[in-house]
Every structure is written in structure tokens, then in C-alpha cells.
Write a protein that binds this ligand. Structure first.
Ligand SMILES: [Mg+2]
Length: 233
């Protein structure tokens, strides 16, 4: 069966996997807290716990969240203008794999739509800035950032939103590529898409969901996708 679209996960798929220091992350987030009647270490602990809560909700109930929701969950007021430390903390982990541009160009040359579906609390503008910096934004036919929709992967609704964004309708003619066996592989196949696994990420045990899926194919690099799709997976 011909393939109409290849949709990619972001972290650990289009970027290299990095282990993240979540203590340092929540300390950076705490720089944006305003009107707190306690010190930054208390804010850090509240934000760290809130992060576990919102990502637990994503894992167990496929409920999405935004950066603002994270502060609300922590019971803290914040000023979005003060998120620079948080943004700067993450920035080194956002670089697009250099093979992505030629891979997306090859897929598009074959008439295949290219999309992104990312479980993220960040605004679209941040993601688009990273893609633009790395020269790949113009190659995207559509992208869904779950901060903009109610659901996260592995909800079939998240995959349907991504297909809608790239302008395709038949999940059986779509391939999803990701580094997580629950969110990406199980989720995509459960939604009727084909699933390709990129197995280079060290997923923390608490981030693994109820089922690990079996991929239709395993690749060592996203650069393998154009040939894989041409050969019908
Ligand atoms: Mg990922």
C-alpha cells in the first residue's frame, strides 16, 4: 500500500536523546515565579512535583498541559516573560539531527507529506523557532504540538490531529516514527498507523506506559525512512 505521509516524534527522534536533570530544569522554571512568599528552593520542589503530576496525567490519561498549567499545578504565579532561564536550560537539547533536512527533502521529492506530532508543554513558537534555526521548518507540511490540543500521545485523537494537520485521511497509509514504544509505537499502531522505532533513547522507567508496542520496522537513523517507505516498509 502506498504511503501518503510520514509523521515524526520530536525529542529523541528528530533530536539526539539527552538525559535531562529535572532538578536543574525545575530550578530554571523557578526563576519565572512571581509573588512567592518563600524562597526559590521551595518553588523548585513544587515545580518538580508538578512536572511529575502533569506528565503522569499525560502517561495515564493522555491529558495535555501547557507551561502555564505547570505553574498552576504547583500553586505558583509566574510571568511568561521570565521563562528565559527555562528556555536556555532546554536550548542545548533542541538541535535537529543534521540528517533530518535531506531525509525530509527526499520524502517530499517522493510526493510524501512530512509531519510532526510532539508531546510537549511548550508553545508552537518555540518549536517553530528551533526548526527554523535548523533550516527545516519550510519542509513541514503540518505539525501538532500537544500544548495546543486536549490530548497527548498515545491517544488516537492526537494521531488523528496530526494526520489532519498534514492533510491526509487514511491511517493505514501513514507512518509514524518515534523513540518510545508506548507513546509512539503502541500509540501509532493502536490508531491504525504503521510505526517505526528509533531505539536510541533511555526512557526513564516512570515514563513508560501500560503497553510496549511492536514496531513495523526498526531504524538506526531517520535517514533510513525514504528507502524504507519506497520499499513498502
Ligand atoms: Mg521522543
Amino acid at each position: 500500500m502506498p504511503i501518503d505521509a510520514v509523521i515524526f516524534d520530536w525529542g529523541g527522534t528528530l533530536t539526539a536523546w539527552h538525559d535531562i536533570d529535572f532538578h536543574a530544569e525545575s530550578l530554571a522554571l523557578a526563576q519565572a515565579v512571581v509573588d512567592a512568599d518563600h524562597d526559590v528552593e521551595v518553588s523548585q520542589r513544587l515545580l518538580h512535583a508538578a512536572g511529575s503530576t502533569i506528565w503522569g496525567r499525560s502517561r495515564d490519561h493522555q491529558q495535555s498541559a501547557t507551561v502555564a498549567d505547570l505553574f498552576t499545578e504547583a500553586g505558583l504565579a509566574h510571568d511568561p516573560e521570565l521563562l528565559k532561564a527555562y528556555y536556555d536550560f532546554w536550548e542545548p537539547h533542541t538541535y535537529t539531527d543534521p540528517v533530518v533536512r535531506p531525509t525530509w527533502e527526499a520524502l517530499r521529492a517522493d510526493g510524501i507529506k512530512v509531519g510532526v506530532l510532539s508531546n510537549t508543554i511548550w508553545p508552537r513558537a518555540w518549536h517553530e523557532h528551533f526548526f527554523e534555526r535548523d533550516g527545516v521548518l519550510e519542509l513541514l507540511d503540518g505539525a501538532v504540538y500537544t500544548s495546543e490540543i486536549p490530548w497527548t500521545k498515545p491517544s488516537p485523537r492526537a494521531f488523528a490531529a496530526a494526520m489532519d494537520a498534514v492533510g491526509v485521511t487514511d491511517p493505514a497509509r501513514c507512518v509514524y516514527v518515534g523513540d518510545r514504544l508506548f507513546d509512539d509505537v503502541w500509540g501509532a499502531r493502536n490508531a491504525g498507523l504503521k510505526a517505526v522505532h528509533l531505539p536510541h533513547s533511555a526512557i526513564p522507567p516512570e515514563q513508560v506506559g501500560h503497553t510496549e508496542g511492536t514496531p513495523d520496522a526498526v531504524v538506526q537513523s531517520v535517514a533510513e525512512l525514504p528507502a524504507l517507505v519506497r520499499n513498502g516498509l
